[in-house]
Design a protein around this ligand. Structure first.
Ligand code: MN
Length: 513
């Protein structure tokens, strides 16, 4: 029999009022879902209970855990939003409604739109806590995926790998990213899963003895340099990320050096560099594979030193060196933010997530948040040159943010506000700049569709080609072989890429006359 204490025991920093709130949400959810069962036949409440436990393990606050307990109450058992607001307040209602809204997004298995879908997901959430609840919800759903009817299973597994996994990764929540991938991979790609599992098993067996010997020697060398309070552990990549790397390396397993990585966890940052000295002093590193993510953290906040060495007995192994705190951050990412209270804003006794300090942590120290761009702001592009576009935009944006207080508003209106998200009739998401027209949409789908537009329906109604699209519109382009672009289209299109394609078409036509 589940109980609230199981949730509360996982979290050390919840106030007595917070505990009361969780207990109330617990009984409320139990009542609301009492006649509701899961595919497995167990009471539906178990799903809510497990979701709340995951949130507590991630160190989330009482509001978020309570919203986790209530997250399906509007959608699945028709609790009125007013009831949630009356019983639990506006903030929890906001979180529950956010999760409900995200539940309506669907991944249809088209690669070209998946990046838009991920962005839309984060944009729609408005608050990172909504994303975290949705990740916890999905994690429990994939933990019990075997009970879901087969025809649904594969879609959920693919969506998990394509949308939820990458979002967890970008938010730096490795712990969830890894588990989502490990659970969904066998359902999404059963044959590939078996293939990689076999390869890994074989490699593991081959190496086990030598690795153990190596760790012993390494520990001795570290101890000689007073590095005694250390933990070592072998991290195996998630099978899915290993599989993706395997494909990138042309299916040559021997070319993947970090199949197993040895982690050295030390107390301080100085110890990290000292340990690196010991490693390189005793074993030859592979050139070009030394990465200092302590001095240059990854865009998602990840910090560690990576190096790959020859062990001397014919093996090559990756070593990752980090402090305990970096380790925790690398596992929990944005979620760990709640564990460091001093970085959170307090408002009316409720803790709010402060995205500014999170983003600040991701950026090199020298960047200032003043309204006049300093000379250094131009340097900021360098560490982001390989980052996903939205992280870059975020980084560039923050350097212009006038004050901390306005930051979140600006983030929403500037970062997301200059884009709109519209849908194909099948429900695929396409993101476009504000003021885009159906012409931009058609060209974003495919040049061939753009070149043959004869009409367009927005939300089922015929409209003119210069109609401005709005967020959430469903757009159907009607094509005809005989239709082709005219000069007017150049002005009607708002995106540079559509304008370019139309001009090229017209130019081409002129030459053929
Ligand atoms: Mn759910």
């Amino acid at each position: 029999m589940p109980s609230t204490s199981e949730i509360l025991n996982l979290s050390s920093n919840i106030s007595p009022e917070g505990k009361q709130l969780i207990e109330k949400a617990y009984s409320f959810a139990q009542m609301a879902h009492k006649d509701h069962k899961r595919f497995s036949g167990e009471p539906y409440f178990n799903h809510l209970f497990e979701t709340a436990k995951i949130l507590a393990e991630l160190g989330q606050d009482a509001q978020t855990i309570s919203a986790g307990l209530l997250h399906d109450s509007i959608e699945d058992v028709n609790v009125a939003p007013e009831t949630i607001e009356k019983e639990f307040g506006q903030e929890i209602l906001f979180l529950v409604q956010g999760v409900t809204k995200l539940g309506q997004l669907r991944y249809h298995g088209e690669d070209r739109h998946v990046e838009s879908l991920r962005k839309l997901f984060v944009a729609m959430a408005q608050d990172v806590r909504v994303v975290i609840i949705k990740l916890a919800d999905r994690l429990h759903n994939v933990r019990t995926l075997q009970y879901v009817p087969e025809e649904k299973r594969k879609r959920i597994a693919l969506e998990t790998l394509e949308v939820y996994g990458p979002i967890a990764y970008r938010l730096g929540i490795r712990k969830i990213n890894r588990e989502l991938e490990n659970l969904a991979f066998p359902f999404a790609f059963p044959d590939e899963y078996l293939e990689i599992k076999e390869l890994l098993g074989r490699k593991h067996k081959e190496n086990q003895k030598q690795l153990e010997k190596f760790v012993k020697t390494l520990k001795k060398e570290l101890a000689k340099n007073d590095l005694i309070k250390i933990q070592t552990d072998f991290r195996v990549k998630s099978l899915y990320s290993l599989y993706k790397k395997y494909l990138r390396k042309e299916k040559d397993f021997e070319k993947i050096y970090d199949v197993q990585a040895l982690r050295i966890i030390v107390p301080t940052m100085a110890d990290c560099y000292k340990a690196l000295g010991v490693v390189h002093g005793n074993w030859r590193p592979l050139p070009g594979r030394i990465k200092d993510y302590i001095a240059f953290p990854k865009p998602n906040g990840y910090q560690s030193i990576h190096t790959t060495i020859f062990t001397g007995d014919g093996h090559i192994i990756e070593i990752q060196i980090r402090t305990d705190q970096m380790h925790e951050k690398s596992e929990m990412g944005i979620a760990s933010h709640f564990l460091y209270k001093s970085e959170n804003q307090k408002k009316d006794g409720i803790e709010f997530f402060n995205p500014l300090s999170w983003i600040k942590r991701l950026l090199p120290n020298k960047i200032s948040f003043s309204s006049t761009p300093t000379k250094e702001t131009s340097d900021i592009k360098a560490p982001y040159s390989n980052a996903p576009k939205w992280v870059k935009e975020l980084a560039e944006h923050q350097s212009k943010a006038p004050t901390d207080g306005e930051f979140m508003d600006n983030l929403r209106s500037d970062f997301f506000g200059h884009r709109i998200f519209v849908f194909t009739p099948k429900g695929d998401v396409v993101d476009l700049p504000l003021n885009s027209t159906p012409i931009d949409f058609a060209y974003a789908i495919h040049s061939d569709i753009g070149h043959h537009i004869s009409g367009v329906k927005v939300n089922g109604k015929l409209v003119t080609l210069d109609t401005e699209l709005s967020n959430g519109d469903i757009i159907e382009i009607i094509t005809k072989d005989s239709s082709k672009p005219t000069k007017k289209w150049v002005d009607m299109a708002k995106t540079a890429s559509a304008k370019r394609k139309i001009k090229a078409f017209l130019e081409n036509q002129k030459q053929n006359l």
